[in-house]
Structure formats: C-alpha cells, structure tokens
Design a protein around this ligand. Structure first.
Ligand code: ZN
Length: 298
C-alpha cells in the first residue's frame, strides 16, 4: 500500500499503551504464526513459499472456522506474465445476515524497492510486518472464535497479490481485493462492519485514522478507535485522520462494502529487506488483537 502524503511530524511518536490485562487474544500464538510465515520464505505469488503458506492458512482455517472458500485464478500482469493467485475466505455462521468482515493480505512484496542500495532493491522482503502480522492477527482470532463462537456472522478474508506490482499508478497491486470485489459471496453481501488490518506489528505503534476510510465509513472508524479508547489503547490508536492510503479497502469500498483500513504506515522498514521478525512487537500484536477481538464481541 502507499501513503499518498507521507508527512510524519517530528516528535509525535506516541508510546504504546502499557495495559496488561490478559485478554482472549493469544499473543504468543500470533507471534508464532508470524515466525512460521517468515520461515516459509517470501510469499510471492507463484513461488513455493506462497504455495506452502496458502496451504498452511487453509489448514488452520479448516480446523477453526465453519467453512473455508478459496478463490483461485490467474492474473496477467502488465508485462504479460501469468501469475497464479489465491484468496482464502473463512466464515463463521455463514447463514447469519449480520456480519463483520476482516481482511488482510497474505502475499509479500517481490522487491525491496525502498532500499537505497541498488543491489538490495531487487531482493524479496520477509514481510514480517507487511503481510505476516495481519495474517497472524486473523489466525489468532480464528483460534479465539473456535473456542468461543461469535454471536454475529464473521468472515476472515486473506487476499493475495496486494503488493505484487507498483503503486501510483497502481499496476498489478490490490489484486486479491479487486478479485473479491468482483466475485462477492452473493449479490446481497453487505457486512455491517468491514476492517482491513495491515502492518499492525510495529513496536512504535501509531495507528492514525486513514482518510479514505473516514470519508467512506466514518461510523466504522469511530467504532474501531472508540473501542481502542475503551480498552486504554488511545496512545496507539490515535483518533486523528492523517493521510489517505491506497490499500485493499479501496476496491471493496468501490464495490459498495463499508471497509476501513487499520494500518500503521509510519514504519521505517516498509518495503525493505529489514522488514524482519525482530521489528514486530508482541505488545503491538496484543493491542491490535484485543481491539479486533473486542469488536467481534458486541
Ligand atoms: Zn506493502
């Protein structure tokens, strides 16, 4: 994803909340799911690492959700290459009309284009935060929903190909979310709440409200940041709009779904080979996990 206006103000780095209440969200599991994804290797569409990771996500969800649906298709890139893509969609109470949709991308970027060293620019990234953190969040939520099923319908969507190509102009990016937007589960599909979780493991967690989300679904933004405040996490979920970001929520919003982006775009290792597991903080995962799970327990 890309921030259209990167303007981090000096000295505005909020400290993550020190709240320590034990929650339903299992942070140790979430951290282990990040480690496992990184161990599979880069999750670039068409690679062995992608195949193994996709299979592992599906197996996890088959054991923890009511139904798992896969969307498999081939995308032709701007250069004419054909790449296999795979969305994974896990459902709880699939017949419930009141639904909450959580989205994350599970692919990783093929090139570390934000590196300054030309030799490093062409290397793939681990994507410990950009990719693995969101997947780990949703898999740990799946564990919690297996233990205590939700009262509303819940859908967990893992989209592929978010980060494959280039942004601005957007070429060969947001592929899985665009595909899902064109192939919804049914024509009436309208979750009451939709949240995209992306890059949520930064140790210096500062999640500002995202401007496209505020414009498209302000009440959902209020709900997410309000829940964070209720839990004592206002210093991590900062209730101010900052920048518009091109991310997987955009194709979904265009398809009429109300989805907001929860993302900490101010990450020093974004699209660099240094986006490694040591940059991801268990405390940040717990904060976001607590908020995400609490929203599913109205
Ligand atoms: Zn990215």
């Amino acid at each position: 994803m890309l921030a259209l206006l990167a303007c981090p103000a000096a000295g505005d780095k909020g400290k993550a909340s020190a709240a320590t209440a034990p929650g339903e969200f299992n942070t140790d599991s979430a951290m282990s799911y990040i480690r496992q994804q990184v161990a599979f290797g880069p999750r670039i569409p068409g690679t062995a690492g992608s195949q193994k990771t996709g299979d592992w996500i599906v197996a996890h969800l088959k054991a923890t959700s009511d139904v798992v649906v896969e969307q498999n298709w081939t995308h032709t890139t701007a250069t004419g290459a054909k790449i296999p893509l795979r969305n994974i969609f896990a459902r709880y109470k699939p017949d419930a009309t009141e639904r909450i949709l959580y989205v994350t991308h599970w692919d990783t970027r093929p090139e570390a284009n934000e590196e300054t060293d030309p030799a490093k620019k062409k290397l793939p990234i681990d994507g410990a935060n950009d990719g693995a953190s969101g997947v780990a969040l949703l898999l740990a939520i799946a564990d919690a929903l297996k233990k205590t099923p939700p009262n509303v319908g819940v859908d967990l969507l893992f989209v592929d190909g978010e980060d494959y190509g280039t942004f601005t102009p957007d070429i060969d990016v947001l592929l899985g979310s665009s595909y899902f937007a064109e192939h919804l589960p049914n024509p009436q599909y309208k979750p009451m709440i939709g949240v995209l979780w992306d890059m949520i493991g930064d140790a210096d967690l500062q999640i500002y409200q995202e401007i496209n989300s505020v414009n498209a679904a302000p009440e959902i933004v209020q709900r997410v940041w309000g829940k964070a405040k209720e839990l004592g996490y206002e210093s991590s979920f900062i209730p101010q709009a900052k920048v518009p970001i091109t991310d997987d929520h955009i194709p979904l919003i265009k398809a009429g779904l109300r989805v907001v982006d929860v993302i900490d775009i101010d990450y020093d290792y974004h699209h660099k080979i240094s986006d490694t597991i040591d940059k991801v903080s268990a405390k940040s995962m717990r904060i976001v996990g607590d908020v995400a799970l609490a929203l599913l327990r109205p």
